[in-house]
Design a protein around this ligand. Structure first.
Ligand code: 6PG
Length: 243
């Protein structure tokens, strides 16, 4: 696991975008493609914007990049709450990526059917593996320890067969669909992007957990190769200083 701490959210976004861009170039050069799973919420928008800047500085063959989502709110694609809309406005409408490479989670009409359809698409994209081998999954962290739409106490946390499942979030009174833990943990790498004082408590609980038993959903994220935490100073403010 690698923890990188940055003075502010902009520095984190620049570093995260550089990391993503470098990994994409390596994957495309090694295997001819790069599969990136986007996170929702507000934090990653700055990184998406920096990815656009990065790609203006250094060419990337966007035809070789496939974009997926880790989770989506079950709202129309132009809704203010849509993770797709946030990524479109801040990122992929500004780069020459073919529209067929953008795999939106369409779950606004029927969450269970939307989850099934997304899983069907993933099984076409990843026909060989038992699970979808994404190259990199970006993840956010809620102050209750959720990530993607794996909220504490929800059944999706125990899902072991499906790659995508619908989840009703009681305190938000809303439906979402999300990759399940087996699908997320099949990825080569996962990177949490976490900023702000409000996340300092949960970051301390997760990164300085005294017990090995994962209490929070975010503690159950175990990619195949590499887990990274991109934190700003505020989110890392309760961590013991590294000597
Ligand atoms: C979502 C996300 C969710 C998010 C966290 C953090 O769809 O909301 O997938 O897991 O990453 O809630 O959100 P912020 O970045 O807005 O704090």
């Amino acid at each position: 696991m690698q923890i990188r701490i940055f003075p502010n959210p902009d520095a984190l976004a620049i570093a995260a975008a550089e990391y993503i861009h470098t990994l994409a170039e390596a994957c495309i050069s090694d295997r001819g493609h790069f599969s990136l799973v986007l996170s929702g919420g507000s934090t990653p928008m700055h990184t998406y914007r920096q990815l656009v800047n990065q790609s203006h500085k250094q060419d990337l063959d966007w035809t070789k990049v496939q974009i997926f989502w880790g989770d989506e709110r079950c709202v129309p694609p132009d809704h203010a709450q849509s993770n797709y809309r946030m990524a479109r406005e801040s990122f992929f409408k500004h780069v020459p990526i073919p529209s067929e490479n953008i795999h939106r989670m369409a779950c606004e009409d029927d969450p269970p059917a939307g989850a099934e359809a997304y899983e069907g698409m993933l099984r076409e994209q990843f026909p060989t593996g038992e699970l979808p081998q994404f190259d990199l999954i970006l993840l956010g962290l809620g102050d209750d320890g959720h990530t993607a739409s794996l909220f504490p106490g929800t059944e999706i946390l125990e899902e072991q067969e499906r790659w995508v499942a619908p989840v009703f979030v009681p305190h938000l009174e809303s439906w979402r669909i999300s990759l399940t833990l087996p699908a997320i943990n099949a990825s080569a790498q996962s990177a949490f992007l976490v900023v702000g004082e409000g996340k300092a408590g949960i970051i301390q609980e997760i990164l300085e957990a005294s017990t090995v038993d994962p209490i929070h959903p975010a503690q159950r994220i175990r990619p195949q190769q590499k887990l990274m935490w991109f934190l700003d100073h505020a989110a890392a403010s309760l961590l013991d200083p590294v000597d």
